[in-house]
Design a protein around this ligand. Sequence first.
Ligand code: GTP
Ligand code: MG
Length: 419
Amino acid sequence: SPRSTPVFDSNISPLQVFVQAKKNINDIFVDIEAYLKETVHFVDEKNIQAEILSLEDKDTIKEHVKKVGGIREVLKRDHMKVVFFGRTSNGKSTVINAMLRDKILPSGIGHTTSCFLQVEGSETPNESYLILENSTERRSVQSVSQLAHALCKEKLTESSLVRVFWPKEKCPLLRDDVVFVDSPGIDVSPNLDEWIDKYCLDADVFVLVSNAESTLMLTEKNFFHKVSNQISKPNIFILNNRWDASASEIDFVDQVRAQHMERASDFLVSELKVVAKEQVGERIFFTSAKEVLQARLQEQKGLPLSSGALAEGFQIRYFEFQDFERKFEECISKSAVQTKFQQHSHRGKSIAGETKTIMEKIFVASQNLRSQKTMLRKELWDKIDFTDKQLQLLTHEMKDKIRQMVEDVECKVSKALSE
Ligand code: GTP
Ligand code: MG
């Protein structure tokens, strides 16, 4: 029995749309799996003959069960993935920490992040740990300094990946299945192609963290040219970070903003052609990740958001960061639902459709066999009937003949006796 059509609450947050869609599609695959298992059971139990169900179709049904199991496994791991790029010290790790409302990733002056760090929600409550590439060993980490120390010890190559698992209850974004990938500065690596192959192909959103104190750099632009050669229309956000520096440039702030805006818009609209001119305003933001992180940490301690030494214009920058987060959530959720679940739903539909066709074939073949057998039975019956009638006739004839013969004999005997 099919489930009722899933209903989406229009008031739920964008990220919840993904979470809800994942739950719904998983429920649908639970149904498909049950339907397939029932089919296999039916086929095995009835021991259906080859003239009704070919061996090939029988194997197809069994293959489908395996495929659906595989899809359910992939579904469990499906998440929304955002990757951060930019030159060293532009504030990539700080942006991630600000979004996660916690100091999780090491940040600091100089070249800090030395390999790819993927932050994702930990399934075990209150447990934070890391797993190195090509390993399954969980190494417990409680703090940023421990994490930095653990990474330092390992002497990892730039393009290797360390997965950092952080308690879901601490960060709403991790709870909603968003996975963050931090990268080393793109100016320090010659392995950009390898980075793209390893980390960009399944990303839903890219965030280019640029430095508002300087300008968009050629290395940053070239990297994204390479990315958009590989992926059609990647979703790219540009954060002009360190925008708090503008507080000391009151006289020129509007001009600087306009200049950055123009360069960044040109890059996304005319060069990469990844976003329409009318929508570009929703992809470029001026932020101060450091301030947002500081404010959020203060807030968690119960202090007012704007306590501490903050530069002028903090509130506006804070709102702009929140605006970025909202647009980001809408974009990543929409992209992930489309790219991940559309594929699954097509495959689910074709599996269910093919199985239905096989079941219909079984039905038609068994109907045909039944009518063939009925015909055969009728023919046989007619033959028996005919033979029976023949026998009856024969018996009648024989009876008459015998009677005749007896009468003859009797006649002859009585005649002989009288003679
Ligand atoms: P790498 O990992 O080395 O590539 O650098 P990154 O891009 O991750 O930069 P990170 O987050 O480590 O920040 C570098 C330094 O800049 C740190 O000291 C941050 O505190 C500081 N920083 C980050 N964002 C801002 C910001 O918006 N304003 C100011 N003033 N400083 C910031
Ligand atoms: Mg970093």
